[in-house]
Write a protein that binds this ligand. Structure first.
Ligand SMILES: NC(=O)C1=CN([C@@H]2O[C@H](COP(=O)(O)OP(=O)(O)OC[C@H]3O[C@@H](n4cnc5c(N)ncnc54)[C@H](OP(=O)(O)O)[C@@H]3O)[C@@H](O)[C@H]2O)C=CC1
Ligand SMILES: O=C(O)CCC(=O)C(=O)O
Length: 417
């Protein structure tokens, strides 16, 4: 994986869009940096009685459109620069789909697979204690990201409510239904990826039902995207995780592969595929659609030069380095950007938060219908801007839409020029 600093990638993406937005330079400078970053050290007792110290972060990038919003990641690669980038991408993602949030992101630098469940719970509750003064239903609302899910969100909410002596279900989203979660949140990120894939093929004059597809990363985002693309008729020929990739030109049963991964911990060894490949081989397969759904910087310039897919729909945040973006911009490959494609997660988080505030639950059908409306409307905004300007890429066009929305909110409030 490339060593590119993701925060510098974010800043480059904003610079690229600058020529296409009516925003003064001094305001643009503020749009490129987080408002504040918490860096803290958690001291947690392990099961053997020893004390471990672990670094943790929360970046609040911009709150002009609403409370800071974004996930919490557990991964050894988590760093200050990574959460700064991820929190910035949240700002422009929420603006791209026009939901009333700013952007934040947090993470703990550890590998949860090395720890017991009770250790992960103590680590999560220690982090929640550090976060308590910063978060709140109207202040900053965390959610799941890589290696976190309903379990961790329930612990965060419980710790916050205990310390605050209150009930505040909207302080985090992505909770279990019984703890105030929303129908459809688990599938929401993969669902928006599938919607964007369908719309992308339609826009380009094709049909997702005729597409062959490779998916890198088979966690929450990747596995659901693969299942829903297969439901739309697409043929998923390859999937991967950190153990490697599996391939079958006749198509992979995406749900069986998911069950196999749940049981064994990896996709490699899945008997429903005819071949095993490396992750690099998956990324350069001759398919119609490539869905990177793992981590940032998965595709650098060298890999980009070998990509043979016609379309890329980004499920992961920041899966392409800026150099890879440049290579693809000079090619015929259409890249549909992360801040639109994976925005289903935060959109249904918003629906969850609305339900929490109203103390009223929506049906799955209502959640999915409203998600469809939000994502297709943002897709239309993207295409309208792309066709109306000389923006060289879909990413730049989407950033132009999003940056203007953030700037407008700040300017109307009188905080910015
Ligand atoms: N969860 C959400 O709601 C949202 C997630 N995203 C983004 O989607 C991406 C994936 O997140 P999510 O699905 O939640 O995370 P998960 O932890 O559920 O899954 C991550 C997947 O990526 C795989 N992976 C990690 N490293 C590699 C690698 N080098 N090569 C191939 N696969 C790899 C993991 O493999 P293994 O299982 O072997 O570790 C796992 O299958 C991230 O960029 C995240 O920020 C974006 C919006 C919302
Ligand atoms: O659901 C959310 O609030 C945020 C999800 C997230 O972290 C992301 O979109 O990258």
């Amino acid at each position: 994986m490339s060593e590119v600093n993701p925060f510098e990638s974010l800043q480059e993406q904003i610079d690229d869009a600058a020529a296409f937005v009516a925003v003064p330079d001094d305001a643009l400078e503020r749009l490129k940096r987080p408002e504040r970053v918490l860096e803290t050290t958690l001291s947690v007792e392990l099961d053997d009685g020893s004390i471990e110290t672990i670094r943790a972060f929360r970046s609040q990038f911009n709150g002009d459109r609403g409370p800071y919003k974004g996930g919490i990641r557990y991964h050894p690669q988590v760093s200050r620069e990574e959460v700064k980038a991820l929190s910035g991408w949240m700002v422009y993602k929420c603006a791209a789909v026009d939901i009333p949030y700013g952007g934040g992101k947090g993470g703990i630098a550890f590998d949860p697979s090395d720890y017991s469940e009770s250790e992960i719970e103590r680590i999560t509750r220690a982090f929640a204690t550090e976060l308590r003064p910063l978060i709140g239903e109207d202040r900053d609302v965390p959610a799941p990201d890589v290696n976190t899910g309903q379990r961790e969100m329930n612990w965060l909410k419980d710790t916050y409510e205990t310390l605050e002596n209150t009930t505040a279900p909207g302080v985090v989203t992505g909770k279990a239904i019984e703890s105030g979660g929303s129908e459809g949140r688990v599938e929401a990120t993969g669902r928006s990826v599938a919607i964007v894939a369908r719309e992308a093929f339609d826009y380009l004059g094709g049909d997702i039902a005729d597409a062959t597809v490779a998916v890198q990363g088979y966690g929450n985002a990747g596995s659901v995207a693969a299942e829903l693309i297969a439901k739309q008729g697409g043929t998923v020929v390859a999937v991967s995780d950190s153990s490697g990739a599996v391939y079958d030109p006749a198509g992979i049963d995406t749900s069986a592969a998911k069950s196999f991964k749940r049981e064994t911990g990896s996709v490699t060894g899945f008997e429903g595929a005819s071949e095993e490949l490396s992750n690099r081989e998956l990324l350069t397969l001759d398919v119609d659609l490539l869905v990177p759904a793992a981590l940032e910087n998965a595709i650098d310039a060298a890999i980009a030069r070998d990509v043979r897919a016609d379309v890329i729909v980004e499920a992961a945040n920041g899966p392409l380095t800026p150099d890879a973006d440049d290579v693809l911009a000079d090619s015929e490959i259409a890249v549909f950007p992360d801040i639109l494609a994976n925005a289903g997660g935060v959109t249904v988080s918003y629906f969850e938060w609305v339900q929490n505030r109203q103390r009223f639950s929506w049906s799955l059908e209502r959640v999915n219908d409203e998600l469809e409306t939000v994502i297709t409307s943002a897709f239309d905004d993207l295409i309208e801007r792309y066709e109306a300007t000389d923006a060289p890429t879909l990413r730049t066009a989407m950033y132009a839409v999003a940056i203007e929305r953030v700037h407008r909110a700040a300017a109307e409030a009188g905080t910015w020029p």
